[in-house]
Ligand binder design. Sequence first.
Ligand code: RIB
Length: 305
Amino acid sequence: MQAKVVIVGSINMDLVTRAPRLPRAGETLAGYSFVTVPGGKGANQAVAAARLGASVAMIGCVGDDDYGDRLRAALLVEGIDCDAIISVAGESTGVALIVVDDNSQNAIVIVAGGNGHVSSAVVDSFDALLSQAKVIICQLEVPMATVGHVLKRGRELGKIVILNPAPVSAPLPADWYALIDYLIPNESEATLLTGLPVDSVTTAEVAMGALLASGASKIIVTLGAQGVLFATRTHVQHFPAPQVRAVDTTAAGDTFVGGFAAALAQGKSESEAIQFGQFAAALSVTRAGAQPSIPTLGDVQEFQS
Ligand code: RIB
């Protein structure tokens, strides 16, 4: 089966603690619980796209350790093509240290490990996968040079190219914007990309204007419970969020991106794909953890009906 959605990105083991609140600098806080959960923005988006109906392949790297084996197995169970996931000898698998507080907010520290080995050469060795894709997705937990390379190749091949600029610490290289079909930041990422405050539909629209002026063509800012804002050079549309009770927002953005991509790969319109991604993300926040929280197609169809 040819993969319609190809993800080039990170694969992490998430080390997750629940605590009453996020710790302050220098503070030691007692947590309630600790679990290890499959995660990584790239892998989460791959799992979301697969559970939500797409045929998916992932290009990435893990270490030659137990976490790497467990994470590969978790992706295989989802029916994801893992032939382009390399185990790097002598390297550790990427990890994310996550604290989730009583308000279901999180703070995350990542250590790249194997993700740092996802080079342009690795991607080139799996060019056949990119060639057969309909949608290609990148995030920023693998080297920036590799992401730029994939965006360029995706554009050359005429694919639908999605960049979820997460995590981001500075504006993107200016020449990337012309290579991306859909730029999907959250509020804080939109702020970091533009230097403008983004915490509402109104402020998101201003920041999206700046991104459009920088050369972006289609932007979707995810605003959590405030929904998403979609903007092109000629059109702005707000999509309110389905109302749910959140217990953990980890991987909500990844679920949106994977669901959006899966719907586009199946020929849905942009509006349909955005709404589908929103329902999937809304369900994900009602459950704990990254990959365990991602709903199936059946879950979303039931929720939407
Ligand atoms: O987006 C959530 C993900 O961010 C977590 O699964 C963690 O691995 C970090 O990459």
